[in-house]
Write a protein that binds this ligand. Structure first.
Ligand code: GRG
Length: 305
């Protein structure tokens, strides 16, 4: 199976699995459940859960058993998008090709839907310890540790805080100094890179990968995360809002430092390609080039949205 067919098949499985992981209608206020479903079931590339499943496959794991974790990761990602779009953060009105959640449900419900998706994700990740072996419980706890760290203050939330401080003055009107190239790399490694890495590590860990395999997949996913961000910045310049399903050109309008603004478009594209070369070397050293992981890295770099 080529990677494109593999990605489509995994995306289809994820789309089919996600609705069942929403809270039971009888137990959850309809207004909250609808808000959660509005954002979670709105499509999107599903890159992180696909990477999670592909990492499980790469180490010969049971992909079906990893589906709850893959869906939990998409919930964490969706929460971050809902909160990022809020007026207090990026203040965006378009996401995944439709109005953002706070536009249709109000800010309060959007905040709560994000909170609910984040907490539900960890309930899902914990699974049912009563039916788990000691080995599975150890791997599950490790994945909870990795994902909570990646999503929290030293990961995504930390990266978002750095970003916010640079573009939004505090109540005293102070703005953090603009990021230089190293600061930009550091901020993105936290804000977007950490969850992409953790998605791959979660799949490989739950799939029963060896320490060497998990480390190689982690290193390759770190390169994918960087490439993802570089390409995101390039698309912000080159693509239309319709193609992206979100507002294009926002970074330049906000005067944010980006890869194209620091290095130019051509050099940025070369940097993304170099990420793939380094990822290939990592995967090759751990005998993992037969998997779909590198193909997924190419998809990250070649994507148009
Ligand atoms: C609010 C705690 C908190 C964190 C927000 C991820 C993030 C941190 C903000 C998103 C802002 C943004 C547009 C960043 C650029 C990279 C990115 C994460 C794009 C969206 O991810 P995709 O392209 O989206 O995977 P889809 O819709 O395909 O899932």
């Amino acid at each position: 199976m080529n990677t494109r067919a593999y990605v489509e098949a995994r995306r289809h499985e994820i789309e089919a699995a996600l609705p069942a992981f929403l809270p039971p209608p009888a137990d959850c206020p309809p207004v909250l459940r609808e808000a959660m479903a509005y954002s979670l079931l709105a499509g999107g590339k599903r890159l992180r859960p696909i990477l999670c499943l592909a990492s499980c496959d790469a180490v010969g794991g049971n992909r079906a058993a990893v589906m709850p974790a893959a869906c939990a990761i998409e919930m964490i990602h969706t929460y971050s998008l809902i909160h990022d779009d809020l007026p207090a953060m990026d203040n965006d009105t378009m996401r995944r090709g439709r109005p953002t959640l706070h536009v249709v449900a109000g800010e309060g419900q959007a905040i709560l839907a994000g909170d609910a998706l984040l907490t539900l994700a960890f309930e899902l990740l914990a699974g049912d310890p009563r039916s788990a072996s000691h080995e599975l419980m150890t791997r599950t706890l490790d994945v909870i540790r990795v994902l909570s760290s990646a999503a929290g203050p030293i990961g995504m939330v930390g990266g978002q805080a750095i970003d916010l401080a640079c573009v939004t003055p505090d109540p005293q009107g102070r703005l953090a100094p603009a990021l230089d190239a190293e600061g930009l790399r550091h901020m993105h490694a936290k804000k977007t890179g950490a969850l992409i890495r953790a998605s791959a590590v979660a799949g490989a860990t739950l799939g029963g990968g060896s320490e060497t395999q998990v480390a190689a997949i982690d290193a390759a996913a770190a390169e994918f995360g960087l490439a993802f961000q570089i390409v995101d910045d390039v698309l912000d310049v080159e693509a239309t809002s319709a193609a992206l399903g979100k507002t294009a050109g926002k970074d330049a309008a906000a005067g944010k430092p980006t890869y194209p603004s620091l290095y130019g478009l051509d050099a940025s594209k070369r940097m993304a390609a170099q990420c793939l070369e380094r990822a290939e070397a990592e995967l090759h050293a751990a005998n993992l080039t037969g998997s779909h992981l590198l193909g997924i890295g190419r998809w990250v770099v070649d994507r148009q949205n």
